[in-house]
Ligand binder design. Structure first.
Ligand code: HEM
Length: 182
């Protein structure tokens, strides 16, 4: 996983819960590099899970809850840090439908070794979008949080139903059904 995801996570913990909490979870997570990440480096995604697990132990919030919260925050950060990717997109459905073919393709140009999920979308009707998450990493909670952040960014009211599907070989799969609310 790219260091940019780690640095965003650590910044969030520091800003919301303080440096002491950040130090505490870095120690508890027993990271190989003592929590020193550079944004362009690549690290084992299990280290992020260990940090979140440590934060869960310290706060009592569940790991899925914390990853979801992080995803929602991360989207807001992406909207600031990768502004050009938001040009010409004015609603959540159009943006989400572009992740697989455009957004993550651009991300891969920036970071050739990025480990990205596949996120193909269908638009069965004007008011509905179905997104299929598939990845060896099992970050369905992160995807859910990013989707929530995207909806919030565009200021829309969209109901999201998540369905965890059986694994296909090494791939974790989650289906998200999004329905625009009147
Ligand atoms: C401007 C918008 C976005 C940018 C710039 C972006 C960029 C990135 C980056 C840099 C990574 C890390 C890759 C790595 O660690 O090697 C990543 C991973 C990921 N992205 Fe995106 N992303 C965006 C939007 C989204 C949205 C809306 C979703 C919602 C489904 C999404 C789902 C994910 C997930 C779940 C991962 C974790 C890796 C995995 O599960 O395999 N991304 N993205």
């Amino acid at each position: 996983m790219k260091g940019v995801v780690f640095t965003e996570f650590m910044e969030l913990v520091e800003n919301r819960m303080g440096l002491e909490m950040l130090d505490r979870i870095i120690t508890e997570a027993k990271l190989p590099n003592d929590g020193a990440y550079t944004s362009v480096g690549t690290y084992d995604h299990a280290e992020l899970v260990r940090l979140v697990q440590a934060l869960s132990n310290a706060t009592g919030n569940s790991v899925p809850q914390l990853i979801h919260m992080f995803g929602e925050h991360l989207f807001q950060r992406f909207s600031v840090n990768y502004k050009p990717l938001f040009a010409d997109t004015h609603n959540a459905f159009d943006f989400l439908a572009r992740i697989d073919d455009v957004i993550h393709v651009e991300v891969r140009k920036l970071y050739p070794d990025a480990e990205l999920p596949t996120l193909p979308c269908e638009r069965p009707s004007a008011d509905t979008l179905v997104m299929h998450y598939s990845s060896p990493r099992g970050f369905g909670d992160l995807a859910e949080g990013l989707i929530a952040g995207c909806i919030r960014h565009f200021g829309e009211t969209i109901a999201v139903t998540r369905t965890d599907l059986p694994k296909e070989g090494a791939l974790h799969r989650v289906r998200f059904d999004l329905v625009k609310q009147a």
